[in-house]
Design a protein around this ligand. Sequence first.
Ligand code: AMP
Length: 339
Amino acid sequence: MAGYTPGETTVHTSVTDIGRVTRALRKTSRPVVLVPTMGALHEGHLELVRAAKSLPRAVVVVSIFVNPLQFGDDADLDTYPRTLEADVEKLRGVGVELVFAPSVREMYPNGFRTTVSAGPLSGELEGASRPGHFDGALTVCLKLFNVTNCSDAVFGEKDYQQLVLMQQLVTDLNLPIQLHSVPVIREKDGLAMSSRNVRLDSTARQAAVALSAALTLGAHCGDRGPGAVLSGARSVLEAVPEVEVDYLELRDGRLAPLPENFGEGEARLLVAARVGEVRLLDNVGVILGDLQARQEKEIAQAALQAAGLDAELTDEEMAELRRLRDEVRRVRGRRDSTE
Ligand code: AMP
Protein backbone atom coordinates (compact mmCIF):
# COMPACT_ATOMS: atom_id res chain seq x y z
CA MET A 1 0.00 0.00 0.00
CA ALA A 2 1.47 3.39 -0.99
CA GLY A 3 2.44 5.38 2.09
CA TYR A 4 2.45 2.35 4.39
CA THR A 5 5.07 -0.38 4.61
CA PRO A 6 4.50 -2.95 7.36
CA GLY A 7 7.43 -3.08 9.80
CA GLU A 8 8.84 0.26 8.64
CA THR A 9 8.30 3.82 9.87
CA THR A 10 6.71 6.16 7.33
CA VAL A 11 6.50 9.86 8.14
CA HIS A 12 3.59 11.76 6.60
CA THR A 13 3.25 15.53 6.56
CA SER A 14 0.13 15.87 4.41
CA VAL A 15 -3.47 15.58 5.60
CA THR A 16 -4.48 14.00 2.30
CA ASP A 17 -1.78 11.30 2.42
CA ILE A 18 -2.30 10.19 6.02
CA GLY A 19 -6.05 10.23 5.40
CA ARG A 20 -5.74 7.97 2.36
CA VAL A 21 -3.47 5.46 4.15
CA THR A 22 -5.50 5.24 7.34
CA ARG A 23 -8.80 4.98 5.45
CA ALA A 24 -7.43 2.02 3.51
CA LEU A 25 -6.19 0.39 6.72
CA ARG A 26 -9.57 0.81 8.41
CA LYS A 27 -11.15 -0.95 5.41
CA THR A 28 -9.05 -4.01 6.28
CA SER A 29 -10.78 -3.97 9.71
CA ARG A 30 -7.65 -2.98 11.57
CA PRO A 31 -8.01 -0.48 14.42
CA VAL A 32 -6.09 2.75 13.79
CA VAL A 33 -4.80 3.93 17.16
CA LEU A 34 -3.73 7.56 17.43
CA VAL A 35 -1.23 8.84 20.00
CA PRO A 36 -1.32 12.65 19.78
CA THR A 37 1.89 14.39 20.96
CA MET A 38 3.75 17.64 20.62
CA GLY A 39 7.05 15.83 20.10
CA ALA A 40 10.25 16.11 22.17
CA LEU A 41 9.42 12.53 23.00
CA HIS A 42 10.45 10.82 26.22
CA GLU A 43 9.76 7.51 27.91
CA GLY A 44 6.29 8.71 28.99
CA HIS A 45 5.23 9.12 25.36
CA LEU A 46 6.74 5.75 24.47
CA GLU A 47 4.62 4.12 27.17
CA LEU A 48 1.55 5.53 25.42
CA VAL A 49 2.82 4.00 22.19
CA ARG A 50 3.26 0.62 23.91
CA ALA A 51 -0.31 0.81 25.22
CA ALA A 52 -1.50 1.64 21.67
CA LYS A 53 0.46 -1.27 20.18
CA SER A 54 -0.99 -3.67 22.73
CA LEU A 55 -4.48 -3.33 21.20
CA PRO A 56 -5.12 -6.36 18.96
CA ARG A 57 -4.08 -5.80 15.31
CA ALA A 58 -3.48 -2.11 15.96
CA VAL A 59 -1.85 0.19 13.43
CA VAL A 60 -0.36 2.98 15.52
CA VAL A 61 -0.20 6.58 14.29
CA VAL A 62 1.83 9.01 16.39
CA SER A 63 1.14 12.64 15.57
CA ILE A 64 3.79 15.25 16.31
CA PHE A 65 2.42 18.75 16.17
CA VAL A 66 3.15 21.74 18.39
CA ASN A 67 -0.30 23.29 18.27
CA PRO A 68 -0.17 27.11 18.34
CA LEU A 69 -3.89 27.22 19.16
CA GLN A 70 -3.33 25.85 22.66
CA PHE A 71 -0.46 28.17 23.62
CA GLY A 72 -1.52 31.50 25.13
CA ASP A 73 2.03 32.69 25.54
CA ASP A 74 4.18 33.23 22.42
CA ALA A 75 7.42 32.80 24.39
CA ASP A 76 6.27 29.37 25.60
CA LEU A 77 5.38 28.39 22.02
CA ASP A 78 8.75 29.62 20.71
CA THR A 79 10.82 27.85 23.37
CA TYR A 80 8.88 24.57 23.21
CA PRO A 81 11.50 21.91 22.30
CA ARG A 82 11.32 20.61 18.73
CA THR A 83 13.35 17.46 17.97
CA LEU A 84 11.61 15.80 15.01
CA GLU A 85 14.50 13.65 13.76
CA ALA A 86 15.31 12.24 17.19
CA ASP A 87 11.57 11.67 17.78
CA VAL A 88 11.20 9.63 14.59
CA GLU A 89 14.24 7.55 15.61
CA LYS A 90 12.64 6.80 19.00
CA LEU A 91 9.36 5.85 17.32
CA ARG A 92 11.22 3.58 14.90
CA GLY A 93 12.85 1.97 17.95
CA VAL A 94 9.45 1.01 19.39
CA GLY A 95 8.04 -0.11 16.05
CA VAL A 96 5.67 2.73 15.15
CA GLU A 97 4.69 2.43 11.49
CA LEU A 98 2.99 5.77 10.89
CA VAL A 99 4.07 9.22 12.03
CA PHE A 100 2.03 12.28 11.16
CA ALA A 101 4.05 15.50 11.47
CA PRO A 102 2.18 18.29 9.66
CA SER A 103 3.14 21.98 9.44
CA VAL A 104 0.97 24.66 11.02
CA ARG A 105 -0.18 25.72 7.55
CA GLU A 106 -1.15 22.13 6.74
CA MET A 107 -3.30 21.89 9.87
CA TYR A 108 -4.76 25.39 9.73
CA PRO A 109 -4.88 26.42 6.04
CA ASN A 110 -7.67 28.88 6.85
CA GLY A 111 -6.21 30.13 10.11
CA PHE A 112 -8.06 29.56 13.37
CA ARG A 113 -11.70 29.75 12.49
CA THR A 114 -14.10 27.08 13.70
CA THR A 115 -13.10 25.77 17.13
CA VAL A 116 -14.40 23.52 19.88
CA SER A 117 -15.68 25.12 23.08
CA ALA A 118 -14.60 22.86 25.92
CA GLY A 119 -17.25 23.92 28.46
CA PRO A 120 -17.09 25.10 32.10
CA LEU A 121 -14.30 22.79 33.33
CA SER A 122 -11.97 24.30 30.74
CA GLY A 123 -11.89 27.56 32.70
CA GLU A 124 -10.76 25.90 35.93
CA LEU A 125 -7.42 24.51 37.20
CA GLU A 126 -5.09 24.72 34.16
CA GLY A 127 -7.68 26.75 32.29
CA ALA A 128 -7.76 29.49 34.96
CA SER A 129 -4.28 30.70 34.03
CA ARG A 130 -4.35 29.54 30.39
CA PRO A 131 -7.56 30.87 28.81
CA GLY A 132 -8.38 29.09 25.54
CA HIS A 133 -5.84 26.33 26.16
CA PHE A 134 -8.34 23.48 26.27
CA ASP A 135 -10.44 24.83 23.41
CA GLY A 136 -7.20 24.70 21.40
CA ALA A 137 -6.20 21.23 22.59
CA LEU A 138 -9.67 19.77 21.93
CA THR A 139 -9.90 21.45 18.54
CA VAL A 140 -6.60 20.06 17.32
CA CYS A 141 -7.36 16.58 18.65
CA LEU A 142 -10.78 16.56 17.00
CA LYS A 143 -9.04 17.49 13.74
CA LEU A 144 -6.43 14.78 14.27
CA PHE A 145 -9.13 12.19 15.01
CA ASN A 146 -10.83 13.10 11.73
CA VAL A 147 -7.68 13.37 9.65
CA THR A 148 -6.25 10.02 10.83
CA ASN A 149 -9.58 8.12 10.76
CA CYS A 150 -8.65 6.67 14.13
CA SER A 151 -10.83 4.17 15.97
CA ASP A 152 -8.91 4.61 19.23
CA ALA A 153 -6.71 7.24 20.85
CA VAL A 154 -4.34 7.08 23.81
CA PHE A 155 -3.76 9.90 26.32
CA GLY A 156 -1.65 10.17 29.47
CA GLU A 157 -2.94 10.83 32.97
CA LYS A 158 -0.04 13.30 33.21
CA ASP A 159 -2.45 15.85 31.71
CA TYR A 160 -5.38 14.65 33.75
CA GLN A 161 -7.68 17.58 33.04
CA GLN A 162 -7.00 17.21 29.33
CA LEU A 163 -7.89 13.51 29.59
CA VAL A 164 -11.19 14.29 31.33
CA LEU A 165 -12.05 16.96 28.76
CA MET A 166 -11.07 14.69 25.89
CA GLN A 167 -13.51 12.05 27.19
CA GLN A 168 -16.11 14.80 27.48
CA LEU A 169 -15.51 15.75 23.83
CA VAL A 170 -15.92 12.13 22.70
CA THR A 171 -19.09 11.67 24.76
CA ASP A 172 -20.75 15.02 24.09
CA LEU A 173 -20.05 15.06 20.34
CA ASN A 174 -20.74 11.32 19.89
CA LEU A 175 -17.35 10.64 18.33
CA PRO A 176 -16.97 6.99 17.24
CA ILE A 177 -13.68 6.68 19.12
CA GLN A 178 -12.56 4.74 22.15
CA LEU A 179 -10.13 6.55 24.48
CA HIS A 180 -7.47 4.76 26.53
CA SER A 181 -5.35 6.22 29.31
CA VAL A 182 -1.90 5.54 30.72
CA PRO A 183 -0.77 6.42 34.28
CA VAL A 184 1.87 9.10 34.88
CA ILE A 185 5.35 7.84 33.97
CA ARG A 186 8.03 9.16 36.32
CA GLU A 187 11.79 9.58 36.64
CA LYS A 188 13.46 7.44 39.33
CA ASP A 189 13.11 10.22 41.93
CA GLY A 190 9.39 10.66 41.21
CA LEU A 191 9.43 13.70 38.89
CA ALA A 192 6.73 13.26 36.24
CA MET A 193 8.37 12.99 32.82
CA SER A 194 7.70 16.01 30.63
CA SER A 195 9.13 17.53 27.48
CA ARG A 196 9.57 20.72 29.51
CA ASN A 197 11.94 19.06 32.04
CA VAL A 198 14.92 19.67 29.72
CA ARG A 199 14.51 23.37 30.47
CA LEU A 200 15.08 22.89 34.23
CA ASP A 201 18.54 23.97 35.39
CA SER A 202 20.18 21.83 38.08
CA THR A 203 18.77 23.82 41.05
CA ALA A 204 15.27 23.76 39.56
CA ARG A 205 15.60 20.07 38.70
CA GLN A 206 16.35 19.27 42.34
CA ALA A 207 13.51 21.47 43.58
CA ALA A 208 11.05 19.99 41.05
CA VAL A 209 10.93 16.68 42.88
CA ALA A 210 8.90 18.48 45.57
CA LEU A 211 5.80 18.21 43.36
CA SER A 212 5.66 14.43 43.25
CA ALA A 213 6.85 14.19 46.87
CA ALA A 214 4.01 16.47 47.95
CA LEU A 215 1.43 14.44 46.03
CA THR A 216 2.72 11.17 47.46
CA LEU A 217 2.56 12.48 51.01
CA GLY A 218 -0.90 13.93 50.38
CA ALA A 219 -2.17 10.64 48.95
CA HIS A 220 -0.96 8.82 52.06
CA CYS A 221 -3.13 11.08 54.22
CA GLY A 222 -6.32 10.02 52.39
CA ASP A 223 -7.66 8.05 55.37
CA ARG A 224 -7.64 11.27 57.43
CA GLY A 225 -9.81 13.19 54.96
CA PRO A 226 -9.47 15.96 52.36
CA GLY A 227 -8.08 18.58 54.78
CA ALA A 228 -5.21 16.31 55.81
CA VAL A 229 -4.43 15.46 52.17
CA LEU A 230 -4.15 19.12 51.22
CA SER A 231 -2.23 20.27 54.28
CA GLY A 232 0.20 17.32 53.99
CA ALA A 233 0.94 18.14 50.35
CA ARG A 234 1.14 21.88 51.03
CA SER A 235 3.69 21.40 53.81
CA VAL A 236 6.11 19.70 51.37
CA LEU A 237 5.66 22.38 48.70
CA GLU A 238 6.12 25.23 51.19
CA ALA A 239 9.42 23.77 52.36
CA VAL A 240 10.99 24.34 48.93
CA PRO A 241 11.33 28.07 48.17
CA GLU A 242 12.10 27.56 44.45
CA VAL A 243 8.61 26.11 43.95
CA GLU A 244 5.99 28.75 43.24
CA VAL A 245 2.61 27.01 43.46
CA ASP A 246 -0.09 28.03 41.01
CA TYR A 247 -2.73 25.66 42.38
CA LEU A 248 -2.99 22.61 44.60
CA GLU A 249 -6.47 21.12 44.52
CA LEU A 250 -8.31 18.00 45.51
CA ARG A 251 -11.23 17.14 43.25
CA ASP A 252 -13.35 14.12 42.47
CA GLY A 253 -12.25 11.72 39.72
CA ARG A 254 -14.06 13.75 37.05
CA LEU A 255 -12.64 16.99 38.43
CA ALA A 256 -15.87 18.28 39.94
CA PRO A 257 -15.32 20.00 43.31
CA LEU A 258 -15.55 17.59 46.25
CA PRO A 259 -18.86 17.97 48.09
CA GLU A 260 -18.59 19.27 51.68
CA ASN A 261 -19.54 15.93 53.21
CA PHE A 262 -17.47 13.76 50.84
CA GLY A 263 -16.82 10.66 52.91
CA GLU A 264 -15.13 7.86 51.05
CA GLY A 265 -14.07 7.31 47.48
CA GLU A 266 -11.57 8.16 44.82
CA ALA A 267 -10.33 11.68 44.31
CA ARG A 268 -7.55 13.44 42.38
CA LEU A 269 -4.91 15.66 43.88
CA LEU A 270 -3.53 18.05 41.26
CA VAL A 271 -0.69 20.53 41.37
CA ALA A 272 0.74 23.13 39.00
CA ALA A 273 3.81 25.13 39.95
CA ARG A 274 6.49 27.28 38.42
CA VAL A 275 9.97 25.97 39.18
CA GLY A 276 12.67 28.28 37.82
CA GLU A 277 11.54 29.20 34.32
CA VAL A 278 9.32 26.16 33.84
CA ARG A 279 5.68 25.49 34.66
CA LEU A 280 5.20 21.90 35.80
CA LEU A 281 2.09 19.78 36.31
CA ASP A 282 1.48 16.61 38.25
CA ASN A 283 -1.41 14.69 39.78
CA VAL A 284 -2.17 11.53 41.70
CA GLY A 285 -5.19 9.41 42.60
CA VAL A 286 -6.19 9.58 46.28
CA ILE A 287 -8.44 7.17 48.15
CA LEU A 288 -10.33 9.21 50.69
CA GLY A 289 -11.74 7.76 53.84
CA ASP A 290 -11.07 4.65 55.81
CA LEU A 291 -10.16 2.03 53.25
CA GLN A 292 -10.46 -0.81 55.72
CA ALA A 293 -13.97 0.30 56.70
CA ARG A 294 -14.92 0.52 53.04
CA GLN A 295 -13.62 -2.97 52.33
CA GLU A 296 -15.47 -4.34 55.36
CA LYS A 297 -18.68 -2.79 54.07
CA GLU A 298 -18.16 -4.24 50.60
CA ILE A 299 -17.62 -7.72 52.06
CA ALA A 300 -20.74 -7.41 54.22
CA GLN A 301 -22.76 -6.27 51.21
CA ALA A 302 -21.50 -9.19 49.12
CA ALA A 303 -22.51 -11.57 51.93
CA LEU A 304 -26.00 -10.03 52.12
CA GLN A 305 -26.40 -10.29 48.36
CA ALA A 306 -25.27 -13.94 48.38
CA ALA A 307 -27.92 -14.61 51.05
CA GLY A 308 -30.57 -13.07 48.76
CA LEU A 309 -31.02 -10.00 51.00
CA ASP A 310 -31.09 -6.29 50.17
CA ALA A 311 -27.42 -5.23 50.08
CA GLU A 312 -28.05 -1.61 51.12
CA LEU A 313 -26.44 -1.00 54.52
CA THR A 314 -26.92 2.06 56.73
CA ASP A 315 -24.07 3.23 59.00
CA GLU A 316 -26.05 1.96 62.02
CA GLU A 317 -26.48 -1.51 60.48
CA MET A 318 -22.78 -1.60 59.62
CA ALA A 319 -21.89 -0.65 63.19
CA GLU A 320 -24.17 -3.45 64.45
CA LEU A 321 -22.47 -5.98 62.14
CA ARG A 322 -19.05 -4.85 63.46
CA ARG A 323 -20.30 -5.25 67.05
CA LEU A 324 -21.50 -8.79 66.24
CA ARG A 325 -18.16 -9.62 64.58
CA ASP A 326 -16.26 -8.40 67.66
CA GLU A 327 -18.58 -10.46 69.89
CA VAL A 328 -17.89 -13.62 67.79
CA ARG A 329 -14.14 -12.92 68.06
CA ARG A 330 -14.44 -12.55 71.86
CA VAL A 331 -16.42 -15.80 72.27
CA ARG A 332 -14.02 -17.72 70.02
CA GLY A 333 -11.02 -16.29 71.85
CA ARG A 334 -12.47 -17.55 75.17
CA ARG A 335 -13.24 -20.98 73.68
CA ASP A 336 -9.72 -21.30 72.18
CA SER A 337 -8.07 -20.41 75.49
CA THR A 338 -10.08 -23.10 77.41
CA GLU A 339 -9.42 -25.87 74.82
P1 AMP B 1 2.53 16.24 25.04
O1 AMP B 1 3.54 15.88 24.00
O2 AMP B 1 3.12 16.85 26.25
O3 AMP B 1 1.36 16.99 24.49
O4 AMP B 1 1.94 14.85 25.54
C1 AMP B 1 1.36 13.95 24.65
C2 AMP B 1 0.67 12.86 25.42
O5 AMP B 1 1.62 12.21 26.25
C3 AMP B 1 -0.43 13.40 26.35
O6 AMP B 1 -1.52 12.50 26.34
C4 AMP B 1 0.27 13.42 27.70
O7 AMP B 1 -0.62 13.29 28.78
C5 AMP B 1 1.14 12.19 27.57
N1 AMP B 1 2.28 12.26 28.50
C6 AMP B 1 3.24 13.20 28.56
N2 AMP B 1 4.08 12.96 29.59
C7 AMP B 1 3.62 11.85 30.21
C8 AMP B 1 4.04 11.10 31.35
N3 AMP B 1 5.08 11.44 32.07
N4 AMP B 1 3.31 10.02 31.69
C9 AMP B 1 2.21 9.66 30.98
N5 AMP B 1 1.78 10.32 29.90
C10 AMP B 1 2.47 11.40 29.51
